[in-house]
Design a protein around this ligand. Structure first.
Ligand SMILES: *Cc1c(COP(=O)(O)O)cnc(C)c1O
Length: 481
């Protein structure tokens, strides 16, 4: 019998009690779509029924409900970042402070005085919402903000050195993930890249010798995702500033991460702050809002007033400007740096980075009994591991942490690999996907970023679904969504 001919009509399935019930939650429009999609899928034989007898109306109704859950699930979904990389670009970098979330919601819901001066009732400038805070926190004269740091660098280069040469040490021709490559950015900004020195050693006299009538700018880029060690030399920022200023050139530093807290007092690896770069004589400093700063995605430019003005007048500034939501979140985050007694508690990125090993271990001890017996094919242990900061912040430093380590009990290596792969897929199929990492044939869930009672409870709550998802996933990682 061809089941496709015996399928019920759309209206018959819509009248099924469970489908009717689902209408209350999802609405008629989405339910109808799910019914159509379910029937179409069976007709196209994409979902072959186990046996023709199995395609009863009840069975179809169950498939419609599954389809509905899938259709209603947003693509932009919260996940558990247990990768061990705290600032994970692919997982959206910094989680925002509660104050920033609240400010964003308020700005989303209402009109706000974005480019409107409430004192005079005349037109204002959106930069003013954060400029004062940025100047206070970095010691700079002026500040402006754009969509991300790559945009900030592009804009600064375009405004300060288009049609001229930009000098940069050969050891700093950085590539940050996602096609941000310094030579390409310089070309896009219309400047000519002039490499100075060698990969491992660049001296002050190399810069002096490279300066000529076409030079427009000296650039220093933070080598934020690699380290050159061994027989090395670079020119200190203060010296570069002297050289630039002696020739009437501006000096730009791309810091990448913009730590606004003193990492030494937080017991974290040393990280220079934008204020240090300004103090060293940089004329313009650029950094990200969503790396070590722990705010929303943004590119921040601070520095000399005349140069920031020039940057502001460049047409790219308008193209790269921030929206009211990001500005609200950024302002709230910066206020915490200025006003909070303990920014490292209020700013989640700092809280995660400063979390003690003991605290992480305690989370592990609570979770271990809940996960240990979940899947018979795996042995789960709690073991030391090392988190990294991520997103081109402090590339060589590691933070001691604890991970739940899942090992397959299978005898054969191939079988163990398949099971670990299935487990990794099943964890990603949980309602709030759990993202871990595979290392040395085991699956690691670094618990540094599973912080707070709420997160822990949410993690535990959905674990009961793991065995079903694991069983439904085959060795190729295929299975129901
Ligand atoms: C991360 C980084 C960038 C790019 O910043 P985005 O905020 O990702 O656009 C540029 N330069 C350096 C040195 C960086 O570390």
């Amino acid at each position: 019998m061809d089941v496709r001919r015996s399928l019920p009509a759309v209206d018959t399935l819509l009248a099924h009690p469970q489908v009717q019930e689902a209408r209350k939650r999802y609405g008629h429009r989405l339910v109808r779509r799910a019914v159509r999609q379910t029937l179409d899928a069976i007709r196209r034989d994409l979902v072959p029924p186990a046996s023709s007898a199995a395609v009863g109306v009840d069975d179809l109704a169950r498939r419609v409900l599954e389809c509905l859950a899938e259709l209603a699930r947003p693509a932009s979904r919260a996940v558990f970042n247990l990768t061990g990389t705290v600032i994970h670009t692919n997982l959206g970098r910094a989680p925002l402070a509660e104050a920033a979330v609240a400010a964003m919601t308020e700005a989303a819901r209402h009109p706000v005085a974005l480019e409107y001066d409430l004192d005079s009732g005349s037109r204002g400038d959106r930069d003013r919402l954060v400029e004062g805070l940025l100047c206070e926190l970095t010691g700079a004269e002026a500040a402006t903000v754009v969509n991300n740091n790559a945009g900030a660098v592009l804009l600064a280069l375009g405004a300060l050195a288009a049609g001229r040469e930009a000098l940069i040490s050969r050891g700093e021709l950085i590539e940050i993930g996602g096609a941000f490559r310094m030579p390409d950015i310089m070309a896009a900004a219309g400047c000519r890249l002039r490499e100075v020195g060698t990969t491992n050693r660049t001296h002050a006299h190399d810069f002096e010798a490279a300066i000529g009538e076409h030079t427009g700018l000296i650039v220093k880029a933070h080598t934020s995702n690699y380290a050159i060690t061994g027989f090395t030399r670079c020119v200190p920022e203060t010296r570069l500033a002297e050289i630039a200023h002696a020739h009437g050139l501006p000096f730009l530093i791309d810091m990448g991460s913009g730590a606004l807290a003193d990492f030494a007092t937080l017991d974290l690896p040393h990280e220079p702050q934008p204020g240090d770069a300004i103090g060293a004589g940089a004329d313009v400093v650029t950094f990200s809002g969503d790396k070590l700063l722990g705010g929303p995605q943004a590119g921040i430019l601070v520095g000399r007033r005349d140069l920031i003005e020039r940057i502001r007048r460049h047409p790219l500034k308008r193209a790269l400007r921030l929206d009211k939501l990001t500005l609200a979140a950024l302002e709230a985050t910066l206020r915490l740096y200025r006003d909070s007694d303990v920014p490292q508690h209020d700013i989640p990125t700092l809280a995660l980075l400063t979390r003690t090993e003991d605290d992480i271990a305690a989370t592990g001890e609570r979770l271990l009994p809940r996960v240990g017996e979940l899947l018979a094919s795996f042995e789960v242990t709690l073991a030391p591991c090392a988190s990294q900061l991520g997103s081109g912040s402090l590339p060589v430093d590691r933070l001691p942490s604890r991970a739940l380590v899942w090992r397959s009990r299978a005898e054969k290596r191939r079988q163990r690999e398949r099971e670990i792969h299935r487990l990794e897929v099943a964890l990603r199929r949980l309602p709030r996907p759990v993202i871990g990492r595979i290392k040395d044939g085991a699956l690691l869930l670094d618990l540094r970023c599973l912080e707070g009672a709420l997160a822990e409870a949410a993690f535990i709550d959905q674990l009961a679904q793991l065995p079903r998802l694991y069983d439904a996933t085959d060795d190729h990682g295929e299975g129901p969504p």
